[in-house]
Design a protein around this ligand. Structure first.
Ligand SMILES: [Zn+2]
Length: 161
């Protein structure tokens, strides 16, 4: 018995959902310092000593609450420990627009930190990137910074094969 494929039933609607999100003291300081000075702050757990970037209010390993007094400056240099090149259309949640592709995306561990962050990289040729290569944060000029992660549009792959 053959079954006729039916189109799935869909409902389309647009939702207007304005909201404000309170970042708390640690993330607020991180974004304020990034906007005003272009410097990057991590946070050092007072129990296990791990340096977490981006900074957060609680160490996930120790469940110890951290404060702005635990924040430390880190450089924008780090290692690219994993990466991919995205070759399909993707709506950027920060802009609501389709991000131009291909683009590079990687797991980056800044020097002196113990955690990775996922962010864009400037290289889209998989043959020109390698695990562990040096990457450096590109930070927008002061007059373009808004105090968001978009102030770091991408990391530049510094070492090439
Ligand atoms: Zn800890």
């Amino acid at each position: 018995m053959s079954e006729k494929k039916e189109e799935p039933f869909t409902i389309n609607w647009l939702t207007d959902l304005p909201y404000r999100y309170a970042l708390g003291p640690v993330a607020s300081k991180f974004f304020r310092v990034l906007k005003e000075s272009g410097k990057l702050l991590a946070i050092k757990c007072k129990k296990c000593g791990k340096v977490l970037f981006p900074p957060r209010s609680v160490c996930a390993d120790c469940m110890v609450e951290l404060t702005v007094d635990d924040m430390v400056e880190v450089s924008g240099e780090g290692s690219l420990d994993g990466f991919t090149v995205v070759n399909y259309p993707f709506v950027d949640p920060n802009t609501g627009e389709t991000r131009p592709f291909p683009y590079g995306y990687g797991a980056i561990k800044l020097k002196g930190t113990d955690t990775w962050m996922l962010h864009f990289i400037d290289e889209t040729d998989p043959g020109k990137v390698k695990p562990g290569m040096l990457v450096k944060a590109v930070i927008k000029p002061r007059n373009e910074r808004k105090g968001t992660l978009e102030d770091i549009p991408y990391f530049r792959a510094v070492e090439k094969k």
